[in-house]
Design a protein around this ligand. Structure first.
Ligand SMILES: *Cc1c(COP(=O)(O)O)cnc(C)c1O
Length: 495
């Protein structure tokens, strides 16, 4: 299967798309068509383990990778998850389920893709005959950075550098990154918000001068950001797997529709659900949940994407985003796969800060998606009420999705499809905010908050988070965005 750029001519293999991360014209790589999962194949997947299901989904896109290798890599990656299940589905009531994606090494859903990406990248380099070292640059709104560092630490032939907005991540997220182990890692805090971080990193990727200089020093660039198809592909698998779990536990019959509600930032997670649907998975509505930064809610309601608005820092920082990069892949599909239309809109977004869909596109997109946003008070209320009713603690991001899912179900009583709310982080990753929501206690210290949250909820504390307290801080540098590239050059010169 080949991959094409959303903005024009480029056409490459899966391995090349993953190694390169982004197309030379600044577009994103998308599969030339959607491979299909037939009903018979879905039936045959019922008895498979999560790793086997994931390998099968991946192999549909990455047919240039050896299937046995993919399967072994999935087994190895998903063995790192607690309780031996990478994506357990928890039943809340007869029509509501939580898909818990936070049982991996860094307690957020990014682990599902980033435990596997090192394999996809290293093997991709082999397939493409690349001999240079790989330099991975990551802009993160919090959770990607840690998951990427953890996935790539001490990987042979790879160096990884992560940039995060200095005032835009939670204390726990910052500590997770600042204490990162590994001889091939570097972390830099950047003055500014995530969008600035992301565009500064993107400009290194698209600058031929930077690339030539790095090549001279023996490095090729790659990205672990959610625009990399190697991030997207493993995410498709958990939607398929959640569906199969509903069938195999007789909650639904094969072919019944299921809705998913997804807390959304860069539009990677929910896009994977859309891809699963395009592959033939019986999915009904996709509920796109935002926090107070509600640019996507407006987009799905009106067809206007307008980033000219105030940026809010919230208690769900991984969703504090004004430019959702992966939306470009949806635009590509909505436009009838027109690179010209995508390029025009992306140019308009860069120049004017706004673009608009045509009426037929709005109609088409509203068939698939329903959107809602959740402000800070509503986040607190949702966590509190849900804990009161079900004794189920959820994190601030997941709460946004639950809020949107409840509103969808209230407004669409005739839609009898079960709702699966995608739970993207452990409540212990945002312990102060969750503790405050559940008990009203405002605890400043993260580890104290973890302890009290454990007492209040009786939910097990992930070992990877409690261990952080005793780890030394290795990275404390802060830079403005102009300092990014010099810091990168400095990093690759270090032995
Ligand atoms: C990254 C992240 C999100 C947003 O996911 P996207 O794929 O960027 O839309 C939501 N919740 C948590 C906890 C995250 O880490």
């Amino acid at each position: 299967m080949n991959f094409i750029s959303t903005r024009g001519g480029e056409c490459v293999t899966g391995a090349r798309a993953i190694v390169q991360g982004i197309a030379a014209d600044g577009g994103l790589f998308v599969p030339e068509r959607f491979p299909q999962l037939t009903a018979a194949e879905l039936e045959s997947m019922l008895s498979m383990s999560y790793a086997e299901r994931a390998a099968l989904v991946l192999s549909k896109y990455l047919d240039d990778y050896d299937f046995g290798g993919l399967k072994a890599a999935c087994e190895q990656a998903y063995a790192k998850f607690e309780e031996g299940d990478a994506a357990p589905l928890v039943k809340i009531d007869s029509s509501l389920y939580m898909l818990e994606l936070f049982h991996g090494p860094t307690c957020a859903f990014k682990d599902l893709a980033l435990t596997l990406l090192p394999y996809l990248l290293r093997t991709g380099c082999d397939i493409c005959g690349i001999r240079e070292q790989v330099l991975i640059l990551v802009a993160t709104s919090g959770d990607t950075g840690k998951a990427a560092l953890e996935g790539f630490k001490d990987a042979p032939g790879v160096k990884i550098m992560v940039f995060y907005p200095n005032d835009g991540v939670s204390k726990m997220q910052k500590l997770q990154m600042a204490t990162q182990e590994g001889g091939n890692v570097n972390v830099l805090a950047v003055k500014g918000n995530f969008d600035l971080c992301q565009s500064a990193v993107k400009s290194i990727f698209t600058d031929e001068g930077c690339k030539a200089e790095l090549k001279k020093r023996g490095y090729v660039l790659s990205s672990a950001n959610s625009i990399n198809f190697g991030r997207l592909a493993p995410q498709i698998a958990y939607y398929v797997s959640a569906y199969l779990d509903l069938v195999s536990s007789s909650q639904i019959a094969m072919g019944d529709k299921v809705n998913f509600a997804v807390p959304t930032g860069n539009f990677g997670n929910i896009l994977a659900a859309y891809y699963a649907k395009r592959m033939g998975l019986p999915v009904g509505k996709l509920v796109c949940a935002s926090n107070r930064n509600n640019v996507l809610t407006e987009f799905f309601d009106t067809g206007v994407y307008d980033k000219r608005r105030e940026f809010y820092k919230t208690t769900s920082p991984s969703m504090d985003i004004l430019v959702s990069s992966n939306l470009e892949r949806l635009l590509f599909e909505l436009s009838g796969r027109s690179p010209l239309r995508v390029s025009m809109r992306m140019e308009k977004l860069a120049k004017d800060g706004v673009y608009q869909l045509y009426d037929d596109e709005i109609e088409a997109v509203q068939k698939e998606f329903w959107a809602d946003c959740c402000d800070e008070d509503e986040t607190v209320e949702t966590i509190y009420e849900f804990f009161e009713e079900y004794q189920y603690p959820m994190d601030t991001h997941t709460a946004c999705a639950m809020f949107a899912a409840s509103n969808y179900m209230n407004e669409h009583k005739k839609d009898g499809a079960p709702m699966v709310v995608v739970s993207t982080a452990s409540p212990y990753k945002f312990p102060q905010a969750v503790m405050y929501a559940i008990t009203g206690n405002d605890i400043k210290d993260s580890f104290k908050a973890i302890k009290h949250l454990n007492i209040a909820t009786a939910m097990k504390v992930p070992a990877n988070l409690s261990k952080l307290r005793d780890k030394p801080v290795r990275f404390s540098a802060v830079s403005d965005s102009a300092g990014l590239y010099p810091a990168v050059l400095d990093f690759v010169s270090q032995k």
